[in-house]
Design a protein around this ligand. Structure first.
Ligand code: HEM
Length: 279
């Protein structure tokens, strides 16, 4: 529930509930640890494959990071399908040592698959719990309804994309069409895919629901999809931060910290969200 007395500063509205705000920051922390421990786990077997099985006798890698010795020098390489790139110093070899992802982007920074896995699974369950809380709260307080672009919101998509390209941002009562689409894509496509591909690699879950691994076409394929979804989430995060910075970081951050958001004076606020709800 919004506090009784809004700040006496004109067109500030209470836009983000405590559930939206608290869960958002918890999953931001979770994703930070999940990505960096995930890279530690990847380093233990730095290959992504497609298929039901993998091993020495298979040649089904679509991505690989490795190291080889040439004339007494270690060379790092990254292979994507049949294309190979020299990535010495970044991927494959860093600080003179063979290592897929460098120490700077793994947790822990030293090589420890066991520690990486413990931290990864801990934050994975915190993320699942937080997403469940977000989903139930958003269903009950109507936020879910606000997040799904429909009708006039969809029709405004073209104009919204053009406005974003010209760095013209509207500040309405609810998110714009493009924002809704990207947030809905994260919450209803990427996050569920991340969790399902993760679960399908867990031996206990295979015993409970073997069909899930079959659905993803085997463990190597599920692992590759899990990695791909991670890349998409990292890509979303980079654009997300750029958009927050470009659209007015103080206003956006205030809304995600206190709930209060300054909207444009009418009629521009109306034009931004034709399908907005009146609070
Ligand atoms: C430190 C990093 C982050 C910052 C500063 C940040 C900032 C923000 C802000 C200011 C908003 C509100 C935007 C608005 O009102 O127009 C927002 C919403 C959102 N952010 Fe982030 N964010 C961060 C990390 C992340 C991460 C890692 C994800 C997930 C991959 C994420 C996903 C979302 C989603 C889905 C929403 C909409 C939430 C809802 O309405 O329920 N954010 N973020």
């Amino acid at each position: 529930m919004p506090p009784e007395d809004p700040p006496a500063e004109g067109n500030l509205i209470y836009r983000q509930s405590i559930w939206t705000r608290a869960t958002h920051w918890i999953w931001a922390i979770c994703l930070f640890f999940l990505v960096l421990t995930g890279l530690q786990i990847f380093n233990a077997y730095p290959k992504l494959e497609i298929g039901i099985e993998s091993g020495f006798e298979y040649d089904n890698a679509v991505f690989e990071i490795g190291a080889r010795r040439i004339d007494d020098e270690l060379q790092g390489y990254t292979r994507l399908f049949s294309q190979e790139f020299d990535t010495t110093g970044m991927l494959g070899v860093s600080n003179g040592e063979p290592r897929a992802f460098p120490a700077a982007v793994t947790i822990p920074s030293t090589r420890s698959l066991a520690t990486g896995r413990v931290i990864h699974f801990f934050f994975a369950w915190v993320l699942v719990g937080t997403l469940a809380i977000w989903f139930i709260a958003s269903l009950l307080n109507g936020h879910l309804h606000d997040l799904l672009p429909r009708g006039a919101g969809f029709r405004a998509l073209g104009r919204d994309i053009a406005d974003h390209a010209r760095l013209r941002f509207h500040h309405g009562r609810t998110y714009g069409a493009l924002q809704k689409l990207s947030y809905a894509g994260v919450m209803f496509v990427l996050m569920p895919l991340m969790i399902l591909t993760g679960l399908s690699m867990s031996p206990w879950f295979n015993a409970v629901a073997p069909w899930l691994l079959d659905l993803f076409g085997g463990r190597p394929t599920a692992r590759t999809l899990h990695f791909l979804v991670m890349l998409l989430l990292v890509g979303f995060f980079a654009v997300h931060i750029l958009m927050v910075l470009a659209s007015g970081p103080l206003n956006a951050l205030r809304s995600m910290l206190t709930g209060w958001y300054r909207i444009d004076p009418a009629p521009e606020a109306d034009a931004a969200s034709p399908d907005r709800k009146e609070d």
